[in-house]
Design a protein around this ligand. Sequence first.
Ligand SMILES: [Zn+2]
Ligand SMILES: [Zn+2]
Length: 132
Amino acid sequence: MVLSCKAGRKLEINHHITQIMSIGEGTDQVKEFLCSICSLKVNYDFFGTKPPFAKSILLMEDSYVMKDPFTSEIGIISLGSHCSLCTKSVCASQDCSIFYTKRFCMSCVNANLEEFPFEIQQEIKNRKLKGK
Ligand SMILES: [Zn+2]
Ligand SMILES: [Zn+2]
């Protein structure tokens, strides 16, 4: 019983990964990024580290990327990524996530605040004060 449960979960994860991988193949389906914290919803063009439309750019993490509509040169906007702990998608806004060697959503940061270096803890505290 336990075994079959585990197998089922593994399959689910594999399915999830295939879905992510298939993004970026030139399909017509609308690709939508949704921030799990602020519910920001944006159509994105690419997920990964090397956007095909901006070859000189290499991102530090797998990111949801859209072409920058406001510049004539090839620019990109990084919308967000997945939290490295809970894997939820979070936008790059200061209120939703921080990047400290990896992307962390604010709920994971707050839940594990003592695991982060002092500077990060201070910054989070300062942000909270400003928000009030
Ligand atoms: Zn957000
Ligand atoms: Zn998280």
